[in-house]
Design a protein around this ligand. Structure first.
Ligand code: SAM
Length: 288
């Protein structure tokens, strides 16, 4: 089996297949040999488990996952990589490549069809241009997966793993926190990739919650409110929420008072619990 993180091996494979990197598809391939084994370990892959990978590239992480897990299904958008993967993963009979856009893939169905009876995790070095959409697609689909271990830009990792209510938190932090417990696993320098991106990266792991830890009357309304709060985070909650959600300011002020907060409170520093109380109060007033 070839060493898929060796630059000369990668160059040889890619030139034989006439492959050139696509910036638009976020193609930065890993060349640091220590990263993929660590990622495969961090995602908890073992011989009883199924793993969904997104964007295998030339298969460097796929091979590490295939050594450890029972079955891998890897989704790659770039058709030009199919013959490459056919060559690089020929030693494994537990890998299936699907040529598709992950954002247009019905992952619930994929899990049912490909991983019946197995525990499933997601592991991927994500294309950075769609980091948040992919993570939200995975979480909002409410997939039956144990964890999601992904490489993302370092700044994105900081936001995704921030404590809700802290300065680093944003709407995406709240959304991730609702569905999962996030933690940073390790940092990866820009020089670990070919071509090297401009920024460093981090591997993070999201452990998917089996039960929601806040009680929401209206999940959609909660996320609309959170979006409004962080779109204008320096404004008072009454201003950001009323303008962002298109609600009368008097209704929002009433909800804020009913929830026990001061009229000039700013919701960017609210905890998940506090955000949920306010959203439930707005929902209750709207139903009246
Ligand atoms: N896993 C490889 C590695 O670590 O070297 C490649 C990672 S590279 C950062 C991202 C990969 O995602 C590329 O192979 C790219 O073609 C693929 N990709 C980009 N957009 C995609 C999409 N929407 N759906 C599936 N794969 C995608």
């Amino acid at each position: 089996m070839k060493n898929l993180s060796d630059i000369s091996v990668i160059k040889d494979i890619l030139s034989r297949h006439g492959f050139t990197f696509s910036k638009a598809l976020g193609q930065n391939f890993l060349i640091n040999p220590s990263v993929c084994p660590r990622m495969a370990e961090a995602c908890g892959a073992d011989e009883s488990m199924g793993v969904i990978e997104i964007g295998p590239g030339i298969g460097v992480l796929t091979a590490e996952l295939a050594k450890r897990a029972k079955r891998i299904v890897s989704i790659e958008l770039d058709t030009r990589l199919l013959p490459v993967l056919n060559e690089t993963l020929s030693d494994f009979d537990n890998v299936k490549i699907i040529n598709a856009d992950v954002l247009k893939t019905d992952l619930k169905r994929l899990i049912m069809e490909e991983f019946a009876g197995m525990k499933v995790s997601v592991c991927a070095n994500l294309p950075y241009y769609i980091t948040s959409p992919v993570i939200m697609h995975l979480l909002e689909s409410k997939l039956d997966v144990e964890s999601i271990t992904v490489m993302v830009q370092k700044e994105a990792a900081q936001r995704l793993c921030a404590e809700v209510g802290s300065r680093d938190a944003g709407a995406v932090t709240v959304a991730v926190n609702y569905y999962a417990e996030a933690q940073k696993i390790f940092d990866v320098s820009a020089g670990s990739f070919m071509p090297a991106p401009k920024v460093d990266s981090s591997v993070i792991r999201l452990d998917v919650r089996k039960q929601p830890f806040i009680a929401l009357d209206d999940e959609k309304l909660f996320f609309r409110m959170v979006k409004a709060v962080f779109a204008q985070r320096r404004k008072t909650a009454s201003n950001s929420i009323s303008s962002g959600m298109g609600l009368p300011k008097s209704t929002v002020l009433q909800a804020i008072t009913n929830a026990g907060y001061g009229e000039n409170v700013r919701a960017e520093s609210f905890t998940m619990q506090e955000l949920s109380v306010l959203a439930n109060e707005i929902s209750r007033l709207q139903r009246q």
